[in-house]
Design a protein around this ligand. Structure first.
Ligand code: ES4
Ligand code: ZN
Length: 324
């Protein structure tokens, strides 16, 4: 089974590039940028990764990314991820980035996107792994800042497949960004957003995302099982869910494996992804292994999970078909 999972062609659709920053690269970038880290070793950094909720995780996540300053920093970050992805037989990835986590501390938007874009181009040429970018707004900032970020992205419209919404969900419902999402759709962006597992008002947030905003996809979204009507709507629209089992185990009490199995059995296009692998200690391969271990998935079921992912990619038709 290990060999089967390793050999399976994979598709990653829920991956925060800032969440792939491994402690080794953190040190290297700190040194390059003349910054002093409050840790003296890689082991010390890893030991400080103690979180048991979304908010305790996010604190460490934002603190960690302060070493990212220049275009080559973002290039190296993305290239390191894409090398690992290629080694795990990931054939295609849609990669989230959080521009406001950088512009809010003085790093220009174009520095971020140019570095990431150059890595994607080099990875395709050198590693044979294709990838696209999804720009996420930070939901704990004001909607006006998200709108300004959307406008700032427009010169790079062709480099970005769609938009997402992440960060602290508490008190920041989907409808807070209704105007931003309407404009994003007008500009031709595809739409997704996080509906994190077991958040307050989880099912109402999922309802808003699907019915009020009209997203094309939901990130996480396992709580949809609480409302059969919404499950039916997602089935009717053929929408996908990007689930992240190991991440779930960190920010809630479990991987939510049983819920993922239920969604799979219902025919929802559920997919398995890694979220923030440098922090949650598992890339997509390890997520598939953990889920298989919990659910005793068959080879056919594992193949279905990857097929689901390739089916819901945001690639143009002719490129999508090449993976199916
Ligand atoms: C995130 Cl696990 C998670 N949830 C919400 N926002 C995020 N950004 C990066 N990881
Ligand atoms: Zn996420």
């Amino acid at each position: 089974m290990r060999e089967f999972i390793a050999g399976l062609p994979k598709c990653e659709l829920h991956l925060h590039i800032e969440g792939t920053l491994e402690p080794e690269l953190k040190f290297e970038l700190a040194g390059r940028n003349g910054l002093k880290l409050p840790y003296s070793s890689v082991a010390e950094i890893r030991a400080a990764y103690t979180f048991d909720s979304l908010s305790s995780f996010l604190k460490i996540y934002y603190e960690g990314m302060r070493v990212l300053r220049t275009e080559p920093d973002f290039y190296d970050l993305a290239m390191a991820y894409l090398r690992r992805a290629a080694a795990q037989n990931v054939r295609y990835a849609e990669i989230f980035f959080d521009p406001q986590a950088h512009t809010s501390r003085g790093v220009p938007f174009d520095v971020v996107i140019r570095g990431l874009r150059r890595a994607l181009m080099d990875a395709q040429a050198q590693l044979g792994v294709r990838a696209q970018l999804i720009m996420c707004f930070l939901r704990d900032f004001q909607a006006e800042y998200a709108m300004a970020t959307l406008l700032e992205s427009l010169p790079y419209r062709e480099w970005i497949a769609g938009v997402g919404l992440d960060s602290d969900e508490r008190g920041n419902p989907p409808v807070k960004f209704a105007t931003v999402y309407a404009r994003a759709r007008q500009e031709g962006y595809l739409l997704t957003m996080h509906c994190d597992v077991d958040q307050d008002d989880a099912i109402e947030h999922i309802r808003q995302a699907v019915e009020d905003i009209g997203v094309d996809r939901i990130d996480h979204g396992v709580n949809i099982l609480e409302d059969q009507r919404l499950v039916d709507l997602v089935l009717a629209r053929g929408m996908g869910l990007t689930c992240c089992p190991i991440s779930n185990g960190y920010v809630t009490d479990s991987m939510k494996a049983e819920g993922i199995r239920k969604l799979l059995d219902l025919g929802v296009r559920v997919t398995i992804n890694s979220d923030d692998p440098a922090y949650f200690d598992g890339y997509v391969l390890e997520n598939l292994e953990a889920l298989q271990h919990a659910l005793q998935l068959t080879e056919a079921e594992l193949a279905q999970l990857e097929r689901n992912a390739f089916e819901i990619t945001w690639l143009p038709r002719h490129l999508k078909d090449a993976y199916l």
